[in-house]
Write a protein that binds this ligand. Structure first.
Ligand code: UTP
Length: 415
């Protein structure tokens, strides 16, 4: 049987006949590429994930208990100094590094390039997100006279553009040798009727497999080996889209070292019980995050004796993990969740369709899906206005406009 016949059989088996019709209309070279891709992709896995989207999966699973966090603002001055010194020594000894997860699609922002290359209207010339993150690192490391390794996770889709951007901007003055790019894994996108999307390059559209892909991506790309060879013991992992993220916080690091936990995360206090954010918890005796829809009304409103919400530590994607914990999680299988996103595709007349509404599922695992493989966790609650201002949407909440406002207020920059 020829490769083409093989591919057609596979497409028929998984009800992807629209691709067979598209195959007949494209030229030989494109046909060949598409056929190879069809033969490579695990269609069984994608169809299973698609079938799961039809089930109600938002029921709480496992035994949920609250997790105690420590409020940074309530730690005594002496204790802050002690923790800070512990953290600073570790940084100076080169045992600390930073990972930025920048493999997302940024569909809600509606910007076609990598999100880190988005320019905010800050100051006279404007500032790119990657520029702000670089400044944060440089400012912190100035004190120690050296720069740590900075691992940047990209996707296959945005890897070249990301590297090119850093090259063109001379790494914003960061030591180029210390910046390591690595690409994460990908999975096909599928529309709401269970049909794979074909892109205008006549290939099945695939996208990164969620920020939970960071563990396997670090391992596969030999970044964990690199960390170990360089004596790095703990890494701070964050997203690309929070321009207030404090990537080098010696107090946070010192606390993690002193408590000797495999993972510590930063949180902010939930604004009100119904705020739609994931919060830290203990699930089946293991660290985890419980999502807003999983919390019962009673849990959402429950308060402790000090009047604080028991499930009130919101996740801001600021996690500090031991390198051996990363390595351990990389050997585990994480769950996938379906996110509904807007993704362009070509129809059977080979015309590109740009959807105005979310039309397709992207399957993602989340970084916190890996936490259940660890025994314990420390949570440090910090102030929202000092460390959290994400850029998710084009307008409104968590948009460039809100991020600019918070950033400028903090840094005393006139708007
Ligand atoms: P989000 O979940 O906000 O997704 O990512 P996104 O892809 O950036 O944006 P939308 O949902 O399409 O609008 C949170 C963080 O995780 C990273 C993102 O780059 C962001 O820093 N991420 C997300 C990855 O690195 N890989 C992924 O596959 C998904």
């Amino acid at each position: 049987m020829s490769k083409k016949e093989d591919a057609i059989l596979k497409l028929k088996k998984y009800n992807q006949d629209h691709i067979i019709r598209i195959l007949q209309k494209i030229d030989k070279k494109d046909q060949e590429n598409l056929i190879n891709q069809i033969l490579e992709i695990d269609l069984g896995q994608i169809m299973d994930l698609y079938e799961k989207t039809k089930k109600d999966k938002k029921k709480t699973t496992g035994k949920i208990e609250p997790i105690n966090s420590l409020e940074k603002s309530k730690i005594s001055k002496d204790e802050i100094n002690k923790l800070s010194n512990i953290g600073k020594s570790s940084i100076k000894e080169g045992k600390y590094a930073v990972v930025t997860m920048a493999g997302g699609q940024g569909t809600r922002l509606g910007f076609s390039g990598p999100k880190g290359t988005f320019k905010l209207d800050i100051g006279k010339k404007g500032k790119y997100i990657f520029e702000i993150l670089t400044e944060t690192l440089k400012r912190a490391y100035k004190e120690y006279g050296f720069e740590s390794y900075w691992y940047i996770m990209t996707s296959e889709e945005n890897n070249d553009d990301t590297i090119k951007f850093f090259e063109e901007n001379n790494y914003f003055g960061y030591d180029k040798e210390k910046v390591k790019f690595f690409s994460q894994g990908k999975l096909p996108l599928i529309d709401k009727n269970g049909k794979l999307l074909i892109g205008k390059d006549f290939k099945i559209r695939e996208a990164s497999d969620g920020n939970g892909g960071v563990y396997v991506a670090l391992e596969k790309n030999k970044m964990i080996d690199h960390m170990k060879k360089n004596g790095i013991e703990r890494v701070f992992i964050c997203g690309v889209d929070n321009i207030m993220v404090n990537m080098v916080d010696p107090v946070f690091l010192g606390m993690t070292i002193e408590k000797n936990v495999p993972i510590a995360s930063k949180s902010i206090s939930k604004l009100y019980p119904d705020e739609k954010v994931g919060v830290f918890c203990i699930r089946d005796k293991k660290p985890g995050i419980i999502e807003y829809i999983e919390l019962t009304e009673q849990m959402r409103n429950a308060k402790n004796e000090n009047g604080k919400l028991i499930y009130g530590d919101a996740n801001i994607v600021s996690h500090l993990l031991k390198v051996d914990a990363l390595e351990e999680i990389a050997t585990k299988k994480l769950d996938y969740h379906a996110a509904v996103k807007k993704n362009a595709y070509i129809n059977e007349n080979l015309e590109e369709v740009i959807p105005t509404e979310p039309n397709s599922y992207k399957f993602e695992s989340f970084i916190f899906d890996g936490f259940k493989f660890l025994d314990n966790m420390a949570v440090l609650q910090v102030k929202r206005e000092e460390e959290f201002s994400p850029i998710k949407n084009k307008d409104g909440l968590d948009s460039p406009a809100t991020a600019k406002e918070i950033y400028c207020k903090y840094w005393n920059i006139s708007i």
